[in-house]
Ligand binder design. Structure first.
Ligand code: IPM
Ligand code: MG
Length: 374
């Protein structure tokens, strides 16, 4: 089959990790006889530098006309410490999410057995963790009215949610729970926030349509604590935009590295796939950033296109790279004495997809930076 994929490499390490995801997709195209047509577009600090706009209209058009969007990372330090900057890279991503209506952000969190020792958390606490976070992505405080008084002394960020916004993602989260371990936890702050009370009321009302799913509730402060005290208690977590942003970064610690967490942002017409990590400016251009989150985002993209065997092939290759310790230094395992570069991890994944056979893997060659399969 033929698919058009919009590719937005973005800022910092975005281009490096996205290039590895494309290698994996090209290997898939080869093995499963698909054609992926990549349409590259700009967003973020690089787009501001080139056009003055973090999200040029052309990028939106390319995305609208694609079957799926693969995105790298956004952000640049020159904007981070400048609160007076009127134009910021992140506005590009937020505006794209809004314009394409990508309301449902899915962030899977798994403790990979091979990486248990890499997490600062205890093995017995994280082993077996498998959580699917459903984060609302186009509402809440991110998109409310923002004000700064003329004298600069008072700032305001409004937060609103409608029943419709809550219901559409809640349905998807309930369905995900039905396909998993049938537990849904709504994370909110209903003891304080009116919007959270509306979330509780709306989600509770929907529960009768999903009788096989056990619904429970946690205040976000408690949820933040429970996530590291006992992450195995969670199956699907449903939450609003800001809480989801925060707890998904926290949850990434369970997986051993934020460099492993992929995500899907789904709307009615479009879908975007991106690693949850940022642009990691310190690593930019050094070929050291972990490409696995981007590669796993490509796997989620394939699942979205209904290409399940293809997505599994990528996931198996990632598992294999972890099992063999062919990883970047952030998840280097103690018993292996070397880590490999971003591009070598990508080469290995692509090779493995092409061959799907590890009987002739040659460690020495991997280490030497030569072909991974002889
Ligand atoms: C994320 C990021 C974004 C967010 C930033 C870059 C605007 O942190 O996707 O989690 O806050 O949503
Ligand atoms: Mg975030």
């Amino acid at each position: 089959m033929k698919y058009t994929i919009a590719v937005i490499p973005g800022d910092g390490i975005g281009p490096e990790v996205t290039a590895q995801a494309k290698k994996a997709l090209n290997a898939i195209a080869d093995v499963y006889d698909h054609t992926f047509i990549y349409k590259e577009a700009m967003m973020g600090a690089c787009a501001i530098d080139a056009t003055g706009n973090p999200l040029p209209q052309e990028t939106v058009t390319v995305c609208e006309q694609s079957d799926a969007i693969l995105f790298g990372a956004i952000g640049h330090p020159k904007y981070d410490n400048d609160p007076s900057a009127k134009v910021r890279p992140e506005q590009g991503l937020l505006s794209l999410r809004k314009q394409l209506g990508l309301f449902c952000n899915v962030r899977p969190v798994k403790a990979y057995e091979q990486l248990i020792a890499n997490s600062p958390l205890k093995k017995e606490i994280i082993s077996g963790t498998d959580i699917s976070i459903y984060r609302e992505l186009t509402g809440g405080i991110y998109f409310g009215t923002k004000e700064l008084s003329e004298d600069g002394q008072v700032a305001f960020d409004g937060c609103s949610y409608s029943v419709e916004e809550i219901e559409r993602i809640a349905h998807l989260a309930f369905k995900e729970a039905q396909n998993r371990r049938k537990k849904l936890t709504l994370v909110d702050k209903a003891n304080v926030l009116e919007t959270s009370r509306l979330w509780r009321k709306t989600v509770t009302a929907l529960a009768s349509q999903y009788k096989d799913v056990a619904l429970d509730f946690l205040f976000v402060d408690n949820a933040a604590m429970q996530l590291i005290l006992n992450p195995k208690q969670f199956d699907v977590i449903l939450t609003e935009n800001l809480f989801g942003d925060i707890i998904s970064d926290e949850a990434s610690v369970i997986g051993g590295s934020i460099g492993l967490l992929a995500s899907a942002s789904i709307g009615k017409e479009n879908a975007l796939f991106e690693p949850i990590h940022g642009s990691f400016p310190q690593a930019t251009g050094k070929d050291i950033a972990n490409p696995l989150a981007s590669i796993l985002s490509a796997a989620m993209l394939l699942t979205h296109l209904g290409l399940h065997a293809e997505a599994n092939a990528i996931e198996r290759a990632v598992q294999k790279s972890l099992a063999l310790g062919i990883t970047t230094e952030d998840i280097q395992q103690k018993e292996h004495s070397f880590s490999v570069s971003t591009s070598k991890v990508g080469d290995f994944i692509a090779d493995y997809i092409e061959n799907q056979d590890d009987s002739n893997l040659n460690f020495k060659n991997i280490h030497m930076g030569q072909s991974t399969i002889i």
